[in-house]
Design a protein around this ligand. Structure first.
Ligand code: NAD
Length: 348
């Protein structure tokens, strides 16, 4: 296994690991470790270039620093990416190599699942390294964080609806979901159960078929989901869906979804506010999964206590919305300042 430190100013430690014999190339990034070891998922993706993967792991690990701080868990921000197509390139060798790479960080980073990675993949790596979470114990506690993330996003969406529409009920609301994968599909189920009307888009036909048949969702092309005539837009695929090209096309009054790094630039949050669109900061609304795996790592995972804690995501968002309104600062900046007060020890 070849390992090499990648110098990135402002990041605690970024490492590149490579083992060509096993088709393995990965980056592990710890952005900040003031609150504890870097905790965050592993993403597998066929990146267009090495630089694209580096950019992704940097941004995602930075986001985890903020997310973990605001979620109130004792971890810094970490993330890893494996270069490869999750539908074609997975082998046991690959995940064993991943386990070896994580061991080389000697506990600086604790990995979990993210887009493209399943619990079964982690189980293979877990034979090699203990520094992984999101794997249920013999009693079935902990494990796959995605259902909890769906639950947290649903609760956060209700808090946003309360602020934007004066009513936290989502019954009868039109919700456009971009990406019905692990989190988006769980969210669709919860929303359908509450009586919301669903519009969905995905690049994976079987997921669309399921959303259509089980949750009566209307399917639209991927490039049209953001501009649907909906009350709420829920980005649940990859990041960057809100960018200078798409921002003016949004018709929804609320943006509340699971994807990380939804805005290509935090300044876009000001434009959303100007347009009267309430933005639920991504790392606040999607924190449930990391809260679950963080408690798992600490040996404190308990289902009912977790659910009570996840209900608090809505309260955190309500506080951010209120502060944004009184300060005239975007919700994204308010969230960042609150997180920085925690991880930079700025609290008086
Ligand atoms: P996933 O891979 O299971 O689902 C993503 C879905 O998006 C897939 O169905 C994929 O086909 C679809 N997709 C890909 N490109 C698309 C496009 N251009 N338009 C529409 N759909 C597209 O991943 P997931 O675990 O559901 O995570 C979704 C997002 O939420 C990611 O950004 C992830 O980082 C974030 N997130 C996930 C968790 C979690 O617990 N899984 C926690 C926090 C944040």
């Amino acid at each position: 296994m070849k390992q090499e430190r990648v110098d990135v100013e402002g990041w605690h430690n970024v490492m590149r690991f490579e083992d060509p014999d096993r088709g393995f190339l990965a980056l592990v990034s710890v952005h900040n470790n003031n609150l504890g070891p870097g905790l965050g998922g592993c993403r597998m993706r066929a990146y267009d270039s090495y630089e694209a993967g580096l950019e992704d792991v940097k941004n995602l690990s930075r986001g985890m620093t903020y997310k973990n701080a605001l979620a109130g868990i004792p971890f810094g921000g970490g993330k890893s990416v494996i270069f490869g197509d999750p539908h074609k390139d997975k082998t046991d060798d690959l995940f064993e190599a991943y386990g070896e790479a994580i061991n080389l960080l000697a506990g600086q980073y604790i990995g979990a699942q993210d887009s493209g990675i399943t619990t079964d993949d982690l189980r293979i790596a877990n034979k090699i390294t203990p520094h992984l979470v999101g794997i249920p114990d013999e009693q079935g506690r902990g494990g796959n964080p995605s259902p909890f993330t769906s639950y947290g996003v649903w609760k956060g969406m209700k808090a946003a609806a309360q602020t934007a529409f004066g009513d936290g009920s989502l019954a009868g609301k039109r919700v456009a979901i971009a990406g019905v994968g692990a989190v988006g599909m769980g969210l669709a189920e919860l929303l359908h159960g509450e009586g919301a009307e669903l519009i969905v888009a995905d690049v994976y036909e079987p997921a669309l078929a399921k959303a259509r048949s089980q949750f009566n969702a209307t399917v639209v092309p991927v490039e049209e989901i953001i501009s649907q005539n909906a009350d709420i837009f829920a980005p649940c695929a990859l990041g960057g869906s809100i960018n200078p090209e798409t921002i003016e096309t949004i018709k929804a009054k609320v943006i509340a979804g699971a994807a990380n790094n939804q805005l290509t630039d935090i300044k876009l949050a000001d434009r959303l506010a100007e347009r009267g669109i309430l933005y639920a900061p991504d790392y606040v609304i999607n924190a449930a999964g990391v809260i679950s795996v963080g408690l798992e790592w600490l040996g404190q995972w308990e289902h009912d206590a977790l659910i009570t804690r996840l209900d608090g995501i809505g309260d955190t968002l309500s506080k951010i919305f209120a502060r944004s309104k009184t300060s005239g600062t975007s919700t994204a900046v308010v969230a960042d300042r609150l997180a920085e007060e925690i991880f930079l020890n700025l609290r008086a």
